[in-house]
Design a protein around this ligand. Sequence first.
Ligand SMILES: CC(C)(COP(=O)(O)OP(=O)(O)OC[C@H]1O[C@@H](n2cnc3c(N)ncnc32)[C@H](O)[C@@H]1OP(=O)(O)O)[C@@H](O)C(=O)NCCC(=O)NCCS
Length: 189
Amino acid sequence: MTPILHLESARLTLRQWHDDDLREFAAMCADPQVMRYFPAPLTRLEAAALIGRIRGHFNEYGFGLWALERKDSGAFIGMTGLLHVNFDAPFGPAVEIGWRLARRHWGLGFASEAAWTCLRCAFAQLRLDEVVSFTSQSNLPSQKVMQAIGMLHDPDGSFEHPRLPPGHPLRPHVLYRINRAHWQQTLRG
Ligand SMILES: CC(C)(COP(=O)(O)OP(=O)(O)OC[C@H]1O[C@@H](n2cnc3c(N)ncnc32)[C@H](O)[C@@H]1OP(=O)(O)O)[C@@H](O)C(=O)NCCC(=O)NCCS
């Protein structure tokens, strides 16, 4: 399958990673507010390693977490994309959709806009049957994005994230799902 290196929405370019994205990406991943639903903010080295893993996912599967660039300013604002769930999940194997944006670009609808574009790619180009998303129970901003793009909460899908220790406050996770038929319905309004 031809790798999907580039997508577009009205206000955003979803593109491959440039070496000079690291400065902004590392700053975003070092922001405790951005990372409050993750175990810890990332060091610059960890952020660089994450970009490496994202590139590796594109190389292996032809899709991944795209870097987001605003068309109006050319600014790098974060990432949104599709990736194979990489832990032994009760709902796996599955492809998940995820997002992380720098704080100054929150509240403008960019996460939802990029996520819509990725869902279209998942169903229309990659021909996937289903996409999932999950986050800690307390991450309501992320759940709002899931709801905004038509994903449905699966109440039976809640799980304890195996990468976090028992008792960790972020360990309980909620699961959202969307399948092709439901996505087509959301398009029809
Ligand atoms: C999760 C996250 C990406 C959401 O960002 P966001 O800016 O709140 O999300 P959106 O871009 O979809 O914006 C939605 C808000 O913008 C508003 N908005 C403004 N203009 C809009 C537009 N043109 N279209 C859609 N929404 C718009 C919406 O009304 C919505 O407001 P609401 O949340 O009060 O309903 C962001 O909080 C983040 O990066 N968090 C840290 C990383 C993280 O937790 N990632 C998920 C891990 S699982």
